[in-house]
Design a protein around this ligand. Structure first.
Ligand code: FES
Length: 129
């Protein structure tokens, strides 16, 4: 850790919060229906952290940063959903978000939204949009 930078700046150093369209994220079947998956993209010297939730043939992507305290949502790999799979869950303080809109509907940041990461399923693959 750099002693010259505040801790938050160090944590976000080299982070980017969006990606260009057209990046192939791999087969749709990497995510089981009703589940979610983490993605970390190294783009030049920068890193992007996001996750994708699959609902049938539809996919919903978000930047992996909770609007409550700016933390990545999952403390355990790919664990982004409530046990029933209906909502996105932040593991730190229990914020819950709708899968389709990323809107917080419970917990400490009701009314806030996850930052969308535009993705789409095309020809059996997940592609950034
Ligand atoms: S950081 Fe997500 S609920 Fe607090």
């Amino acid at each position: 850790m750099s002693p010259e930078l505040p801790e938050e700046d160090v944590a976000t150093l080299g982070r980017i919060w969006e990606t260009r369209a057209g990046i192939n994220l791999g087969p749709l079947d990497l995510i089981a229906d009703g589940k979610a998956r983490n993605y970390v993209l190294q783009i030049g010297a920068a890193r992007f952290h996001g996750f994708v939730v699959r609902r049938g043939e539809a996919v919903f992507g978000y930047v992996d940063r909770c609007p409550h305290a700016g933390l990545p949502l999952a403390q355990e790999l790919d664990r982004y959903l409530t046990p029933d799979g209906d909502l996105i869950l932040c593991s730190w303080h229990g914020a819950m978000f709708t899968v389709e809109e990323g809107a917080c509907v419970g917990g400490p940041c009701v009314g806030a939204k996850l930052t969308p990461w535009p993705v789409e399923a095309r020809d059996g693959r997940i592609i950034t949009a």
